[in-house]
Design a protein around this ligand. Structure first.
Ligand SMILES: *Cc1c(COP(=O)(O)O)cnc(C)c1O
Length: 368
């Protein structure tokens, strides 16, 4: 085919899509991987054997249960949601965000979120033809309440999306501010609790009080990033609408069965989460003692930190030289200027990271 013809084909793609950049996922190779908020721990051997026994029984020739009913039961039994709480599942909570925006977004509609926050909110808004309104957080990364209220009044968004705790900053927004915001919104308030397991707070027990709140959860950060499973709850009339944009068999049999099995061993994951939280506190403390490094308090399984006199880009590259992959969030002139984000890994991984970091910030920079 000629080049011109090929160009015409690409022009078929909506400009909102053409103007996006594909979500980039770096290849970690053999590096210590502290970039993606994964749980670093494996399952105990006997648990793996139990899972293998179950997986042998799967009817791979059949479509999965479209409603994932047994899985919903396992989530309730693990105590993750209150009794009677209706659930809808997604291929990761990313897909749930997409389902919500497909439902309430589109031409002439807006979604609003604080920035910096999870980048997929804006990306999915743009893909679904929804205008994205970003409202800057305060310097301490809490909500700028006055600015949020003003923006909600001005734009009347179909949905406000709040990550609780927030990614990439790690903090919990002020709860009273969120509750006032919920009262102020005509639209939905989507509370994305991807990191609830590491945090002291949740809105899952408060849903009875509101008719416009949606809570999103995922098993990814808990330790099951590989199976892609998110769940959400909302008033059941709303969930029934979201269910219409869900593709019928979005949760495959292996994911359903694996998640059910894992949730029957939920204590294993709770203990891992506790270990991760203990490690997080240790990592924060050590980072805090380093010259030129300012860690931000985290309620999640990662730590955002700002490099002082040194360049974040050079620190990031230096860590790569040490075979350590974290996330570079540096963007000049933004709230994340000179900021990097490190996931909490196993103790020896964190040690390698902290040793390399301290070497980089002391030898390379502060002595200059
Ligand atoms: C990681 C993350 C998600 C996506 O989780 P998946 O279930 O893996 O798609 C959603 N929201 C926030 C805030 C996240 O950090």
């Amino acid at each position: 085919m000629s080049e011109d013809k090929q160009k015409n084909r690409v022009a078929l793609v909506r400009s909102a899509v053409r103007s996006l950049r594909a979500y980039a996922v770096p290849d970690a190779g053999d590096m210590i991987k502290l970039d993606a908020m994964e749980n670093p721990y494996q399952w105990p051997d006997d648990m793996i054997r139990g899972w293998q026994d179950r997986i042998r029984t799967v009817a791979m020739n059949r479509y999965p249960d479209s409603r994932s009913r047994a899985l919903a039961e396992s989530i309730r039994e693990a105590g993750l949601v209150p009794d009677g709480c209706p659930l809808l599942f997604g291929n990761g909570s990313d897909e749930l965000i997409q389902m919500i925006m497909l439902s309430v977004g589109g031409r002439g509609r807006k979604v609003l979120a604080p920035v910096p926050s999870f980048t997929m909110y804006e990306m999915i808004a743009r893909i679904t033809g929804t205008e994205f309104i970003g409202v800057p957080l305060r310097d301490d990364f809490d909500l700028d309440f006055a600015a949020m209220i003003a923006a909600v009044r001005e734009h009347d968004p179909a949905a406000v999306v709040l990550a609780y705790p927030n990614n990439p900053t790690g903090n919990l927004f002020n709860r009273d501010a969120i509750i006032e915001l919920i009262a102020e919104c005509n639209g939905l308030v989507v509370i994305d609790e991807a990191y609830h397991i590491f945090s002291s707070a949740t809105f899952i027990d408060d849903l009875d009080r509101f008719d416009n709140v949606v809570v999103l959860r995922t098993l990814s950060k808990l330790g099951l990033a590989g199976i892609r499973l998110g769940y959400m709850t909302a008033p059941k009339e709303l969930l029934a609408e979201f269910d219409k944009v869900r593709l019928p068999f979005n949760i495959n049999v292996l994911t359903q069965l694996t998640a059910e099995f894992a949730l029957q061993h939920f204590n294993v994951f709770l203990e891992q989460a506790e270990r991760i939280c203990r490690e997080r506190k240790r990592v924060e403390r050590i980072m805090d003692s380093l010259d030129n490094i300012t860690p931000y308090p985290s309620e999640a399984n990662f730590v955002l930190f700002r490099c002082g006199d040194c360049e974040a880009e050079e620190v990031y590259q230096g860590l790569l030289q040490h075979q350590i992959l974290i996330k570079n969030l540096h963007s000049p002139g933004t709230a994340l200027q000179n900021c990097l984000r490190a996931t909490v890994g196993k103790m020896h991984e964190n040690e390698a990271f902290l040793n390399a970091l301290s070497l980089l910030v002391t030898t390379d920079y502060s002595l200059q």
